[in-house]
Design a protein around this ligand. Structure first.
Ligand code: SF4
Length: 315
């Protein structure tokens, strides 16, 4: 009885969503960490780089961003003529909240000869003080591109920054921020899980605390990459077991790409609570009522956009 009520409710929501997205010319973008029920209804699911590109070229009047606040802000910066909606206002990000625009401006003033590279997981205010953005997919490329003759300061993720520093050998200044989820994936945690699954290919997101540790980086079983890169490697590699060191939402698309492989979470719960606020119900309600609009003011958007455009021009 309960199941049938749930099914009917789900069906009604899906029908309403189909009608709403058609009449309102809405595009639904979702991050890999979103709930499976949300990923299923999105027009595009991807990582930050892919989502930025989709937002920039969106042919729609409304973008519903099934992710967290800084992602919706990025969409608003790139698509100023569109209404960007966030299914739940409380969807924040511990990493993006780790630095404010004012803090970056003060830090920058103490390093006047440095070039600021910011991970895209930052607020619009921070992007406005940034010289070039990057994502985990293009961070190495962006930093190498701009390091020629310049000194780099990197915000806000010390784990991703340490990984870039170790891989490129560049002496960058790092802001001391971290994602509360990936920061739990320390060297000790990753190694303990690897010992439990000695045959597994180990896919590690560079936001993880252990990603820059020599004993992790140099282990031949380990592959460090963005979420999109991790999914591609999962499908490509010969191993049947995959130890996944990132937020567990990525398992949904990864399992679709590799239906016969065994996916193992790094921890029993590897979940970002902020990414789970978008449910089928909140997505439909926000589009129906056009609520929770995230709009970056024009002047701020213009300043923040320069750093995103520089990134998109690189790759
Ligand atoms: S997983 Fe971490 S970086 Fe991603 S949205 Fe959640 S808190 Fe932010």
């Amino acid at each position: 009885m309960t199941t049938s009520i749930t099914d009917r409710k789900q069906k009604a929501l899906l029908e309403e969503l189909t009608e709403l997205r058609r009449t309102k010319r809405a595009l639904l973008l979702g991050h890999y960490y979103a709930l499976p029920e949300v990923q299923e209804v999105c027009d595009y699911v991807g990582d930050s780089l892919g989502l930025s590109r989709e937002a920039a070229k969106a042919d729609a009047d409304i973008i519903v961003f099934c992710g967290v606040h800084f992602m919706a802000e990025t969409a608003s910066i790139l698509a100023q003529d569109k209404k960007v909606l966030l299914p739940a206002v409380e969807a924040g990000c511990s990493l993006a909240n780790g630095i404010t625009g004012e803090e970056l401006a003060r830090w920058k003033a103490t390093h006047p000869d440095h070039f600021v590279v910011a991970y895209v997981n930052t607020t619009a205010e921070v992007k406005a003080y940034t010289d070039c953005c990057c994502t985990s997919a293009n961070a190495l490329e962006v930093v190498k591109h701009y390091a020629d003759g310049r000194r780099i300061m990197f915000v806000p993720d010390r784990n991703l920054g340490s990984y870039i520093r170790r891989t490129t050998g560049l002496d960058m200044e790092l802001w001391d921020g971290a994602c509360h989820v990936h920061n739990e994936f320390t060297t000790a945690v990753i190694k303990a899980r690897m010992a439990q699954y000695p045959e597994a290919r180990v896919l590690v997101h560079p936001e993880s605390a252990g990603a820059s540790d020599e004993t992790i980086c140099e282990d031949p079983r380990v592959f460090i990459s963005s979420t999109t890169g991790m999914i591609k490697e999962a499908a490509r590699c010969k191993e049947q077991q995959l130890l996944v060191v990132t937020e567990e939402g990525v398992l949904y698309k990864m399992q679709e790409a590799t239906p016969n492989k065994e996916l193992i979470r790094i921890a029993p719960t590897a979940q970002c609570e902020h990414m789970k606020h978008a449910t089928l119900e909140t997505v439909v309600a926000c589009l129906r009522e056009e609520r929770n609009e995230v709009r970056v003011a024009a002047e701020l958007a213009r300043r923040a956009r320069l750093s995103i455009d520089r990134m998109l021009a690189i790759g």
